[in-house]
Ligand binder design. Sequence first.
Ligand SMILES: Cc1cc2nc3c(=O)[nH]c(=O)nc-3n(C[C@H](O)[C@H](O)[C@H](O)COP(=O)(O)O)c2cc1C
Length: 173
Amino acid sequence: MITIIAGTNRKNSYSLKVANYYQQQLDKKGLGSEILSLEDLPDNFIVSDLYGARSEAFQPIQNRITATTKFIFIIPEYNGSFPGVLKILIDGCLFPDSFVGKKAALVGISSGKYGNIRGVEHFTGICHYLQLHILPIRIHIPYIKQEINDDITFHKEDTLKFTDQQIEAFIRF
Ligand SMILES: Cc1cc2nc3c(=O)[nH]c(=O)nc-3n(C[C@H](O)[C@H](O)[C@H](O)COP(=O)(O)O)c2cc1C
């Protein structure tokens, strides 16, 4: 099972739009996937699901993560790194069942100039710690607000090309 994680709980996020784009592209290539938006985390997640606690609200999400063999993380740049809520998700998930020995592709996005190069690097370090194998092609999409339109498609040729190369490599990975 493939799960695309939109790595923020911000409403109307571009991360979720990009997650939808990746899902559409996988569909076109005949692969089903599910999207997990961090908006779907329980409101009280930091109390209800950390340090061994488990809520009824999060259990179905944990089950989806446990069943996932390949992840795509869409990771927005927040203060020069990845969002804290994404780390909280990782900390709240069961270890080692959630990520150890599995595979993931990483996509950084930002409204600014760098496409979350640093945040994707930080997140890669955590993935290595978790023994979550990372696809070597990592994508960075700066100026995201000018990149993706209301139809949820990229309109710059090189972004279309590089995301497609990443998706093809992810399928073979
Ligand atoms: C708390 C916060 C911090 C942010 N920090 C940065 C930043 O350091 N660099 C940057 O280019 N954009 C920054 N942004 C803008 C995001 O990159 C922008 O919202 C973009 O659309 C991707 O995030 P989204 O999925 O929340 O839409 C920040 C946004 C938030 C909410």
